[in-house]
Design a protein around this ligand. Structure first.
Ligand code: ZN
Length: 192
């Protein structure tokens, strides 16, 4: 029988030895990024779908290259301003903070999903911001709600009649939109 010092003879080494995966800081960071991406996928979409759309979007590929090289082409200036918040996942998905950057081909569908309950501009924006981002997302959300026929038909503001704006130009539909969005729509209409 021979004596071995404890430090040279760790007990139960196989179960105590740390696994080679998830030990490095890089792996932990990757896992975290993947976790964020997986939880930021809107319902009715898959992460693979967004990855494919990202891969086939030339602008997004240019952004990903720019993030890696630090060289930004003027065509992607909209993303340049947000570069400090952009990251790329291992599967080449773009993230803006904890939100997925949606390729243009999926933006319209994403807006529709976020507005399925017709909750109005504020709620729709909140839902969008909790998961996704793209340049101009707020304006796109506002447009969607303003032009949403279901919201116009059921919103309390639609009780106001266009006839209360006697001096407005008579463009069918235009009155309806302003009346639903503004508190005193005739003031805005008549300032033209
Ligand atoms: Zn609506």
């Amino acid at each position: 029988m021979r004596y071995h010092k404890g430090e040279a003879n760790p007990a139960d080494v196989l179960s105590r030895m740390p696994l080679p995966t998830s030990t490095s800081k890089q792996n932990v960071a990757d896992e975290y990024v993947n976790f964020i991406a997986a939880h930021a996928v809107p319902k009715s979409m898959t992460i693979q779908e967004i990855e494919q759309a990202t891969q086939s979007n030339q602008q997004f590929q240019a952004v990903i290259t720019a993030l890696k090289t630090g060289q930004w082409h003027p065509d992607i200036q909209l993303f340049y301003h947000s570069r400090s918040e952009l990251t790329v996942t291992k599967t080449n998905l773009l993230l803006h903070g904890t939100c997925i950057v949606m390729p243009q081909s999926l933006c319209s569908r994403t807006l529709d999903i976020a507005h399925q309950g017709h909750q109005g501009i504020v709620k729709t924006k909140q839902l969008l911001r909790s998961k996704v981002w793209w340049p101009g997302i707020d304006k796109d959300a506002e447009k969607l709600v303003v032009y949403c026929l279901a919201c116009q038909a059921t919103g309390p503001a639609c009780l106001l009649s266009p006839s209360k704006c006697p001096n407005c130009p008579l463009i069918p539909g235009v009155h309806f939109i302003w009346i639903s969005v503004l508190r005193f729509p005739w003031e805005k209409c008549c300032s033209w």
